[in-house]
Design a protein around this ligand. Structure first.
Ligand SMILES: [Zn+2]
Length: 406
């Protein structure tokens, strides 16, 4: 377990180094992205490379997307490495962002558009244009009829693109990667076989996001039957990492996943990862300012603003005092619950909060973020804390994959 590479998908996630956690203010002259820090600017090495999607950089269907006009222009002018301030020992991989146009009949790009994007941006690897196959059959529900026709159409389209893409990539600077899509293990294997006979060595297995771990393993087992000694697989956008160690024996050389980042603030409970397999629930102390539900309740007179402010600040103070060992666990937990009863109307997660407080996971982590901001990392409150917790999780996954002790 030492060679599985981890690519971090860019969605313009960064943190502001000027953010002050006590006053919750930032340097007013800060320029977004330019002055902010990506995970690779915080940790020694939190991943092997980044994955950047054309759809995210360009935006789709008139939507501005994640990049402003100015950022997009700078991305193309500076190329991927300079734009991301990415040191030489990181790699960069480009893809089309097929999930963003999965509901369209045809992808909104041509193969030429995609070749252009990779070449102009200076990527190390470029993934062939693809169209996601939605269905995945189980023994109980076979894919048939019109649904099967659509699966076959999209798989064939992706293979046709791959054939053209490989030819057009011949004199380019990036390494082309084919994409295999399927609706069951056998159809994935067929796609892999065809890509290998076209000449691909590095093959992406797409459409993995909704799959369960046992389905991913079944696809890998079938796909690996078709592999030649030099064939490598990349798993595109996997959301389940519980059995990731098993992937390598099937020829998986790399994965990408936003799961560790997203779980920091999207998951009900698995917000803070320890060692990549142990999870803690973050302590929710939502900001009163800018909280729509709360401001509505305050306006209607249902909630007293001063009381709400007092409970919010009380929860913050109590958790910080607990971290410094100045108050006991019960008093921190009570303060959290007093505020929670007000903003959520319940005491849900009291058991999880107790476990988090007892374990003090922010103390046992030696990463740059936990060392620097301590207990703030475990507070579910605003994007500066939530993203840092996500970055900590990314770093934890990387260390898990490379079997290093943090
Ligand atoms: Zn940490």
């Amino acid at each position: 377990m030492a060679n599985l590479k981890y690519f971090f998908p860019d969605s313009q996630d960064f943190v502001d180094p000027s953010f002050d956690f006590l006053t919750e203010t930032r340097n007013e002259h800060r320029v977004r992205q330019r002055d902010d820090h990506y995970p690779h600017e915080i940790f020694e090495k939190p991943y092997d490379g980044i994955l950047v999607s054309k759809a995210i950089v360009d935006g789709l269907r008139g939507s501005a997307g994640k990049y402003t006009q100015a950022q997009r222009r700078r991305f193309y002018r500076q190329q991927v490495r300079t734009f991301f301030r990415l040191p030489d020992h990181y790699q960069s991989m480009g893809d089309c962002g097929a999930f963003t146009y999965a509901d369209m009949y045809m992808p909104p790009y041509s193969v030429d558009d995609v070749v252009d994007f990779y070449e102009k941006s200076g990527f190390d690897f470029g993934i062939s244009l693809d169209h996601i196959v939605f269905a995945f059959e189980t023994p109980k529900s076979k894919v048939h009829g019109e649904e099967l026709e659509e699966c076959v159409r999209r798989q064939n389209l992706t293979l046709e693109y791959a054939e053209i893409f490989l030819v057009k990539s011949k004199d380019k600077h990036y390494i082309p990667m084919g994409v295999a899509h399927g609706w069951n293990p056998e159809s994935y294997r067929d796609a892999v076989e065809k890509l290998i006979s076209m000449g691909y060595e590095y093959i992406t297995l797409g459409g993995m996001v909704p799959l369960k771990t046992n389905q991913i393993l079944a696809v890998l087992e079938a796909a690996s039957e078709a592999r030649k000694p030099n064939t490598k697989f990349h798993l595109l956008g996997i959301s389940r990492l519980d059995n990731v160690e098993a992937f390598e024996k099937y020829g998986v050389a790399s994965i990408d996943s936003t799961t560790p980042l997203r779980q920091a603030f999207k998951d009900d409970k698995k917000n803070f990862h320890r060692g990549g397999t142990e999870y803690f629930t973050a302590l929710r102390i939502p900001q009163l300012d800018g909280n729509l539900t709360m401001s509505r309740k305050i306006k209607s007179g249902e909630v007293d603003q001063d009381e709400a402010r007092r409970l919010e600040q009380g929860a913050l103070k109590a958790v910080r005092a607990y971290a410094e060992r100045k108050v006991g666990l019960e008093s921190a937990l009570n303060a959290l619950m007093d505020y929670k009863k007000l903003y959520a109307g319940n005491e849900k997660y009291i058991g999880e909060y107790r476990r988090t407080l007892e374990a003090r996971p922010w103390e046992s982590c030696n990463c740059e973020i936990c060392r620097k901001i301590g207990v703030e990392v475990i507070l579910f409150r605003g994007s500066e804390r939530n993203k840092r917790r996500g970055f900590h999780n990314i770093n934890a996954l990387y260390h898990r994959l490379h079997n290093a002790v943090q």
